[in-house]
Design a protein around this ligand. Structure first.
Ligand SMILES: NC(=O)c1ccc[n+]([C@@H]2O[C@H](COP(=O)([O-])OP(=O)(O)OC[C@H]3O[C@@H](n4cnc5c(N)ncnc54)[C@H](OP(=O)(O)O)[C@@H]3O)[C@@H](O)[C@H]2O)c1
Length: 349
């Protein structure tokens, strides 16, 4: 068997712990260790899962020791032992860490909380898988951008996009966060258009997309309200629903499934029981796809905590040329994660 790529994860919070689990399940990757600054229940969980734990960001090994949590070394030690580091530290800390990775000559994957120029290219598997080949650094775009980029890549290749307007209804905080809001109220984002459209164009340069955003008091998921003018509209909305449902990383709920909104999506996720009860797919409703002339209207829900997880795995595979194309990489990733793979394919152009 070919040598597996050795991966470290720096930052073991919402995204980092999920990426670590996903990496550990891949046949061609090896999780060498994870790093965080302070002891916590998550640090203890890393040990329980068998992940060597390293201390990063000026953290103190003695603080871990006094909590009874064994550490394997510092971030510097971890970096000496990996081919690539996935940085999942808080927003803007990744940029500070980038200098460390460069000094060590270690390839790095950053997250969407960093500005695009933190890395040589921004990445989304469905939109621009090949961009990663031989890059030293990549940035996996944010949760909202990932959801939009996946849908746009698919819809553009199937029917052509003349224009795309999206309103992003953003969750106020992740479920584990207790210091963010609002807890009552709807906050318009006064940056108009919002930053999401330009961010989508870091992976789909020519997409004519404009976005607005509002923040609402929920923690479960984001919802996108989309109007897309198609260049070559299909005969009916059912064809669009069929195409999206048959594509990897899309989950279409039928009317009879009685999924009215994000609460039932998350209940479905709890019942399905993938790691952390995640939903890594773009979530669509059959009844939430309408075609009116050339105008496609559709809703999609995005599980912000997990949608970028498979993309991080594909970014590594692209960087090290471990798979011939997006479809092949996504199939390996998704099979290992327990997502539906059989019968799924990306439509040909
Ligand atoms: N959460 C989302 O919805 C979401 C979605 C997509 C992308 N992202 C992006 O993913 C990145 C990580 O976000 P997150 O939500 O996972 O944040 P998070 O939950 O706050 O986790 C960040 C982790 O990094 C650790 N950390 C703090 N300072 C560090 C340092 N100097 N070096 C290494 N680790 C450090 C934190 O724990 P300790 O302080 O205890 O070490 C924590 O474990 C951000 O760029 C974010 O924008 C987040």
């Amino acid at each position: 068997m070919a040598k597996r790529i050795r991966v470290g994860v720096n930052g073991f919070g919402t995204i980092g712990k999920r990426v670590a689990d996903a990496v550990a399940r891949q046949p061609d990757l090896e999780l060498i260790g994870v790093a965080k600054t302070r002891p916590s229940f998550e640090a203890e969980d890393a040990i329980r899962r068998g992940y060597p734990l390293y201390v990063s960001g000026g953290g103190d090994r003695a603080a871990f020791a006094s909590a009874g949590i064994a550490t394997a070394g510092t971030l510097d030690d971890l970096l000496s032992d990996v081919d690539v580091i996935v940085d999942a530290a808080p927003d803007k800390v990744g940029r500070e860490n980038a200098a460390l990775y460069r000094a060590k000559g270690i390839r790095a994957i950053f997250q969407g909380g960093e500005k695009a120029d933190v890395a040589q290219a921004s990445f989304n598997a469905m939109a621009n898988y090949a961009v990663g080949h031989d890059k030293q650094s990549l940035r996996v775009v944010s949760c909202n951008t990932t959801g939009l980029a996946r849908a746009a890549a698919l819809i553009d290749r199937s029917w052509g996009v003349e224009s795309w307007d999206a309103t992003i209804v953003r969750r106020a905080a992740d479920p584990a966060e207790s210091k963010k809001g609002p807890i009552n109220g709807i906050l318009p984002t006064f940056q108009m258009p919002s930053h999401h459209g330009p961010d989508v164009r870091t992976v789909l340069q020519d997409l004519p997309i404009t976005t607005l955003a509002v923040v609402v008091p929920t923690t479960l998921m984001h919802v996108h309200v989309n109007r897309v003018r198609l260049r070559h509209p299909p005969a009916n909305a059912a064809e669009i629903a069929r195409t999206l449902a048959a594509s990897p990383r899309f989950r279409l709920f039928r009317g009879w499934e009685r999924v009215e909104g994000t609460p039932q999506v998350m209940e479905f996720a709890r019942d399905r029981g993938l790691g952390h009860n995640d939903v890594m797919e773009n979530v669509l409703w059959e009844e939430g796809i309408g075609l009116h002339g050339a105008d496609l209207h559709f809703f999609q829900a995005i599980h912000q905590e997990s949608i970028v997880v498979p993309e991080n795995v594909d970014a590594i595979r692209s960087m090290f040329s471990l798979a011939p194309n997006a479809e092949a990489s996504m199939a390996i990733t998704d099979r290992a994660l327990g997502l539906l793979v059989e019968g799924k394919s990306i439509p040909a152009r």
